[in-house]
Design a protein around this ligand. Structure first.
Ligand code: ADP
Ligand code: MG
Length: 261
């Protein structure tokens, strides 16, 4: 049986600009198995968001193939994929309550009113927002708004959850809390997660595997197994020799003098 949720093969992506074509992704191949937590780390401008947008069906690939649950993407947005972006302030509707924001995408799917309400409530409780159902996004902190976006993404139990630097705009303490929240969701629902970040520690702390991207055009520099026990712990895990070894290995690939931006 094929348990690959995501298969990316020989992917190429070129932006067409006024000055010609710019190749952002070059012959990139990897796959993600069901239930796996894979992070992708690379310097700013290395093509991470471009890659995510091709997988989410927001950009059409120039060459190569992407399969989600075995189905080749052909320019459509795959229904079983959910995305959480960095910019939470623009991802929620300000005129809807927290609960309405989470229910909204469910109503367009196959869920009835009652089921949509139950699922949104369960997801909001899972992200620790059971008390904030009737609040509006602008009444919440940045970290809480990002929790709403996560609840919305998990409410319809996506086969694949894509996250693009979701915690890059929150403070360090909130970021650590949100990392642990995503780990608890991964454990609770067994969701397959592809997590994009430029933060090396975060990429290792969360994942079963870390994929390292090169400068553009993005190629795969490394595909590293993260052999660290779960549940992870913000302090203990980061003191383990395996964590320190991986951090040095990834840093060596990303922070080469002259290549870092
Ligand atoms: P990352 O998310 O890793 O920071 P991006 O995927 O956003 O990188 O961008 C990868 C490269 O593609 C960068 O060099 C960027 O300047 C370029 N790029 C991004 N979006 C566009 C666009 N709409 N048109 C042309 N070039 C773009
Ligand atoms: Mg980006």
């Amino acid at each position: 049986m094929n348990d690959q949720v995501l298969e990316v093969r020989d992917l190429e992506y070129e932006y067409v600009t006024g000055k010609g074509r710019f190749r952002a992704i070059d012959h990139l191949s990897f796959s993600v198995r069901e239930g796996e937590f894979v992070s992708i780390v690379g310097p700013s401008g290395s093509g991470k968001s471009t890659l995510l947008k091709t997988i989410a069906g927001l950009l059409r690939v120039t060459a190569g193939e992407i399969r989600v649950s075995g189905q080749v993407l052909t320019g459509q947005i795959p229904p079983q994929v959910a995305v959480v972006f960095q910019d939470y302030s623009r991802s929620l509707f300000p005129w809807m309550t927290v609960q309405e924001n989470v229910e909204f995408p469910l109503k367009g799917k196959k869920f009835g009113r009652k089921e949509a309400a139950e699922r949104s409530l369960e997801s909001l409780v899972a992200v620790g927002l059971g008390d904030a159902l009737k609040k509006y996004p602008w009444q919440l902190s940045g970290g809480m708004q990002q929790r709403v976006a996560i609840a919305r993404a998990i409410a319809y139990r996506p086969t694949l959850l894509l996250m693009d630097e979701p915690f890059a705009s929150v403070d360090a303490q909130t970021r650590a809390d949100l990392e642990d929240l995503v780990l608890s969701i991964h454990q609770k629902y067994g969701t397959t997660i592809l997590f994009i970040t430029h933060d090396i520690d975060e990429s290792i702390y969360l994942a079963d595997r870390v994929l390292v991207l090169s400068q553009p055009p993005a190629r795969l520099k490394a595909d590293l197994k993260v052999d660290l026990p779960r549940p992870r712990h913000q302090i203990q895990t980061k003191q383990m020799p395996e964590f320190i070894r991986l951090r040095a290995e990834v840093s060596g690939m990303i922070l080469q003098p002259g290549l870092a931006r």
